[in-house]
Design a protein around this ligand. Structure first.
Ligand SMILES: NC(=O)C1=CN([C@@H]2O[C@H](COP(=O)(O)OP(=O)(O)OC[C@H]3O[C@@H](n4cnc5c(N)ncnc54)[C@H](O)[C@@H]3O)[C@@H](O)[C@H]2O)C=CC1
Ligand SMILES: CC(C)CCC[C@@H](C)[C@H]1CC[C@H]2[C@@H]3[C@H](O)CC4=CC(=O)CC[C@]4(C)[C@H]3CC[C@]12C
Length: 369
């Protein structure tokens, strides 16, 4: 992958390229990777916006496929120089079964690794998650931690368990010989809670606020801090690390990096209000309106209802014992590992990230503005 002023030569594959993060990675690659010849977008569900990308200079190939199907993955990977594996089942609400989450996130990742080995693709970037580290089941805070901060990472929920297993597989595969004899170079990026244009949970909070007459009610103390990162910066970090994997294989191979930017540390709800506030919503209460024990009870009741109603319908509210525990535990990162290892600097300032997200919320149908 030596730098050349000649015709673009590289083929990239983005799995999950039609998802929230995947779309930003795809658009960022088209904007910022001049050596790109072909961009393959692999997803279970292909989005209509892909069509508009097909008119540009880079060949955009949309592949409808399932990461759990090894042959489909191998066919998509064959001939690619770099794979960015963002596809995953992001479910902490009990919509999918633990088996399905495991199948997509762990087997799917295994299939991607094996496809690289079989076809001779040498560079693999995996979208992991902060959830691989924590918050753990004991609710220990992780305060301004970095990649080396000791923390008891103990999980029970299927989503973090699956991300941890998949990340382990990716890192373990670093150095394996791919077809042709060259070593596979892998790394994992661990975003904290991602926000920005296309963020489904932000959309849900906004709509809920509109339904409640422009109000949201504080549930979590303002003192609980959450690490959040703008989707454009997460995408940029993927593009940059993918580009640098060949040049700095010895340093980057087998490494994990938290995704970070200059977004402020705040509670989950106060952070959301940075965008929802200018769009006409108000967060009621300086303290949680309900006592914590009552929230715990309601979360447990929701879990029970989900289980009881499962044969009849899918009941998957935002509040459950897991989301309450995550929302109620401080988890913030402070690191410069990505900057030291591959020169990452956030592409979007906090002000830009905020403005872009606000404009996106305002553009939503039924806006309070
Ligand atoms: N949203 C967040 O705050 C965070 C997300 N992540 C990770 O980032 C990645 C992307 O997440 P989001 O964009 O938020 O989720 P998303 O649900 O918007 O995107 C995931 C994409 O993967 C695709 N996909 C799901 N199952 C598939 C399968 N069997 N075969 C092929 N494609 C499949 C979906 O169709 C979707 O387009 C995931 O791996 C997730 O674990 C990590 C940290 C935070
Ligand atoms: C009503 C409740 C009291 C508050 C609900 C908020 C929760 C839905 C969200 C609070 C924290 C979020 C998670 C966090 O940002 C880390 C994540 C990383 C991922 O890889 C996937 C998403 C998530 C688990 C994210 C999910 C929503 C929250 C639990």
């Amino acid at each position: 992958m030596a730098e050349s002023a000649q015709a673009p030569e590289l083929v990239y594959l983005v799995t999950g390229g039609c998802g929230f993060l995947g779309e930003h990675v795809v658009r960022m690659l088209l904007e910022r990777e001049p050596r790109l010849r072909e961009l393959r977008i692999f997803d279970l569900h292909l989005s209509p916006w892909l069509e508009e990308l097909k008119t540009g200079p880079v060949q955009v190939t949309a592949i409808q496929g399932d990461v759990t199907q090894a042959q489909e993955v191998t066919a998509a990977v064959a001939g690619a120089h770099v794979v960015i594996h963002t596809a995953g089942l992001v479910d902490v609400f009990g919509r999918a079964s633990p088996e399905t989450i495991h199948k997509v996130n762990v087997w799917g990742t295994k299939n991607v690794i094996e496809a690289c080995v079989q076809t001779g693709t040498q560079f693999l970037v995996y979208t992991s998650s902060m959830e691989v580290v924590g918050p753990n089941i004991k609710g220990h805070p992780f305060y301004r931690g970095n990649e080396d901060t000791p923390y008891e990472a103990v999980h029970k929920h299927p989503y973090p368990c699956s991300k941890a297993l998949a990340e382990h597989l990716v890192l373990e595969a670093n150095g394996r010989k791919v077809r042709g004899g060259l070593p596979l170079v892998t790394c994992a990026l661990r975003p904290t809670g991602i926000y920005g244009e296309g963020h489904q949970i932000m959309r849900d909070f906004y709509r809920q606020g509109l339904r409640l007459g422009g109000r949201l009610f504080r549930a979590i103390p303002a003192s609980v801090e959450h690490g959040r990162v703008y989707v454009g910066n997460v995408a940029w970090m993927h593009v940059l690390v993918a580009r640098e994997l060949e040049q700095r294989a010895a340093l980057l191979g087998g490494q994990v990096y938290f995704c970070y930017d200059k977004s402020p540390y705040k509670s989950y709800e106060d952070f959301n209000m940075e965008f929802l506030g200018p769009c006409g919503l108000r967060l009621v209460g300086t303290r949680p309106l309900l006592p914590y024990w009552l929230l715990v009870l309601l979360a447990a009741l929701n879990a029970l209802l989900q289980w009881l109603l499962r044969p009849l319908l899918l009941y998957a509210p935002l509040l459950n014992p897991y989301t309450l525990a995550v929302a109620n535990t401080t988890f913030t990162v402070s690191t410069n590992k990505a900057q030291r290892h591959f020169g990452y600097e956030p592409l979007f300032s906090w002000e830009e990230s905020r403005t872009r997200t606000i404009l996106w919320v305002q553009a939503m149908e039924g806006s309070a503005q």
